[in-house]
Design a protein around this ligand. Structure first.
Ligand SMILES: *[C@@H]1O[C@H](CO)[C@@H](O)[C@H](O)[C@H]1NC(C)=O
Ligand SMILES: *[C@@H]1O[C@H](CO)[C@@H](O)[C@H](O)[C@H]1NC(C)=O
Ligand SMILES: *[C@@H]1O[C@H](CO)[C@@H](O)[C@H](O)[C@H]1NC(C)=O
Ligand SMILES: *[C@@H]1O[C@H](CO)[C@@H](O)[C@H](O)[C@H]1NC(C)=O
Ligand SMILES: *[C@@H]1O[C@H](CO)[C@@H](O)[C@H](O)[C@H]1NC(C)=O
Length: 342
């Protein structure tokens, strides 16, 4: 899977001054949070800063990848990066975990929260909520731009969130009930929009079904963590399914993912990064089941600036759920140049 030396060189040339881009197929560490910080999901702002939701800390953090030095092969940056540190965008009430995040309009994000037992992944019934986070209006220490949209009391465990083209509307994955909800973020009204057994986990060990949600070309792609599948279904602008659900590929424990415009999905799970072509071919680009490089990877998002367009940022829980070879570290933001792989 390694690109030829020539291709690596070309890719590296194209991005010479592109921090935080590793110029080969190495995995760089952009940031490491404190021990036992579970990073669950990522969203990249138009200015390049990475919003990181934390399941364990009940917070949204922000990391500026351009303020850090990438140290390939896992050297932690926390202590070296004196110039900058993570910023807490918002701290939710104790007991809440923050899960999915999606941009709904320029620099305005929707996040979902729930009270959840990290060891069992079981959410407290009725504890889910959706919030609007207006980063355009946000400044450090001012909570006004974070507002409750609705308490999602009928939702089991909210996980991935994705914006629809219909203004103000998002879809929310319910990993516990195995459903897709549609939430009107303006009125706070929410209803089941797609229901199918394929969203449920049939694994007694992993009671989490539908997880990540992303849309490209009117196809809603989703993972089912417990059932080891990536699927897609065509939807209309309102989010209704217009055809049968299709299986794209199977892979171990697929968590959240980034979806390129060409339909290639970059899925993380089981300490690995999978590249899934539009035709369903799966390649492991990095990590390994017993490898700590991508330990506890939960989510992935592409850089959005010219300088980091080919960079895939990966969020991790640092092994909090399943320590790899007994190793437990703080959650990380990793960076990998997907253009370095053919
Ligand atoms: C984090 O936890 C690991 C394993 O328990 C420990 O070795 C390490 O010293 C801790 N690091 C910090 C900064 O507390
Ligand atoms: C949402 O739930 C919280 C916590 O239970 C409660 O304090 C708040 O009043 C609720 N808000 C609405 C709008 O229902
Ligand atoms: C979308 O589906 C919902 C039920 O899930 C239905 O009430 C609604 O009429 C559908 N809308 C369209 C445009 O088909
Ligand atoms: C990972 O480690 C476990 C426990 O040592 C072992 O049973 C398993 O075969 C290993 N898997 C791989 C893919 O190396
Ligand atoms: C799809 O897009 C990704 C990200 O831009 C790119 O790295 C990859 O080469 C593309 N794949 C194909 C088959 O065009």
């Amino acid at each position: 899977m390694r690109a030829s030396k020539l291709l690596v060189a070309v890719a590296a040339l194209a991005v010479t001054h592109a921090l935080p881009l590793p110029d080969d197929d190495a995995v760089g560490v952009v940031w490491q949070f404190e021990n036992t910080t579970w990073i669950e999901n990522l969203a990249v702002r138009g200015n390049g800063e990475i919003l990181c939701t934390s399941l364990s800390a009940g917070a949204i953090f922000m990391v500026n990848p351009f303020a850090h030095t990438v140290s390939p092969n896992g050297a932690a940056c926390r202590d070296d990066a004196k110039t900058s540190q993570e910023v807490t965008v918002h701290q939710f009430e104790a007991g809440n975990g923050v899960l999915g995040i999606a941009e709904i309009e320029n620099d305005v994000f929707i996040v979902v929260t729930s009270q959840i037992n990290l060891a069992t992944s079981v959410a407290s019934p009725g504890s889910a909520a959706a919030w609007r986070v207006d980063m355009g209006a946000w400044t450090l220490g001012d909570d006004q731009p974070v507002t409750l949209i609705a308490n999602l009391t009928d939702v089991g465990l909210p996980d991935g969130v994705v914006a629809l083209s219909e203004p103000g509307a998002v879809l929310v994955a319910d990993a516990a009930k195995g459903l897709i909800w549609k939430l009107d973020t303006i009125s706070g009204k929410y209803d089941v929009i797609i229901q199918d057994d394929i969203f449920l986990s049939s694994s007694p060990q992993i009671p989490l079904g539908v997880d990540g949600l992303h849309i490209v070309d009117d196809y809603l792609y989703f993972t089912n963590l417990g059932d080891n599948i990536l699927c897609r279904v065509s939807i209309d602008a309102a989010g209704n399914a217009t055809d049968q659900i299709e299986l794209v590929a199977t892979m171990p424990a697929p968590d959240d993912f980034a979806l390129a415009e060409n339909g290639t999905a970059y899925v993380v799970g089981a300490n690995q990064l999978y590249r899934v072509s539009a035709a369903g071919k799966v390649d492991v680009l990095a990590g390994g089941v017993n490898d700590t490089t991508l330990e506890g990877a939960t989510s992935a998002q592409f850089g959005r600036t010219r300088e980091d367009a080919g960079v895939l940022y990966i969020g991790t829980n640092g092994g909090l759920l399943v320590p790899t070879n007994g190793r437990l570290i703080g959650g990380q933001i990793l960076a990998i140049n997907v253009e370095a792989f053919v």
